[in-house]
Write a protein that binds this ligand. Structure first.
Ligand code: 5GP
Length: 211
């Protein structure tokens, strides 16, 4: 039986290491597809259009909202971020497990719209480590880092809405853990309704035949 893929949301504080984790996950396993978001923030050094993000102006982004081209969007630290709809739908139909690496407001919108989505929250082992990672990245000003830490404090309040917490202490172990969570989640009864209905029908037919 062919399964439609799982829609997976991965959130986590800025600096939690989501990007590196997702890269490794995609290199290691072939069942995943990573959605590339649209944003109005400027590219960081080394980032290119269409790879990390589709970089856009506020005007273009707002047009995309109006035309219904995004399945969710949010404002984060003075910029828009959103998930283009077409790629996600296409990959899910192909049976891929589609990953949205998005912040919490967007994650909650996805949960509302697609209750069957799987929500994972990635956190570093400690806040000292988070601060160290944000600073050593060297791509953000002190001001921006402060904003991102404040935002992390807000996001921490919403973790209960997620299905699983993943502590990013060791890259390999963490990637394996995420894959195990996804694999186990495939077996949730609500993700297998067609199969379960078939089993129920057969049992019913069998018990009728025996009466
Ligand atoms: P960054 O600027 O560090 O690349 O991303 C800032 C935050 O925006 C991260 O928490 C990231 O997960 C989130 N983000 C990236 N793309 C999207 C998106 O399409 N929608 C939403 N809601 N958040 C996003």
């Amino acid at each position: 039986m062919r399964h439609k893929g799982i829609l997976i949301v991965v959130s986590g504080f800025s600096g939690a290491g989501k990007g590196t984790l997702m890269k490794k996950l995609l290199e290691t396993y072939d069942n995943y597809a990573l959605s590339v978001s649209m944003t109005t923030r400027s590219p960081r050094e080394g980032e290119s259009d269409g790879v990390e993000y589709f970089f856009s102006t506020k005007e273009v982004f707002e047009k995309e909202i109006e035309s219904g081209g995004l399945i969710e969007y949010a404002r984060y630290c003075d910029h828009y971020y959103g998930t283009p709809k077409a790629y996600v739908e296409e990959q899910l139909l192909l049976g891929k497990d589609v990953i949205l690496e998005i912040e919490i407001q967007g994650a909650l919108k996805i949960k509302n719209r697609f209750p069957e989505a799987l929500l994972l929250f990635v956190t570093p082992p400690s806040i000292a480590e988070l601060e160290r990672r944000l600073t050593s990245r060297g791509t953000e000003t002190k001001e921006v880092i402060k904003k991102r830490l404040l935002r992390a404090a807000e996001e921490a309040q919403g973790i209960d809405a997620y299905d699983f917490l993943v502590i990013n202490d060791d890259l390999e172990r963490c990637v394996q853990e995420i894959h195990e969570i996804v694999t186990a989640s495939r077996n949730a009864p609500f993700r297998n309704t067609e199969f379960m209905n078939h089993i129920k029908e057969e049992l019913e037919a069998l018990s009728k035949g025996e009466n």
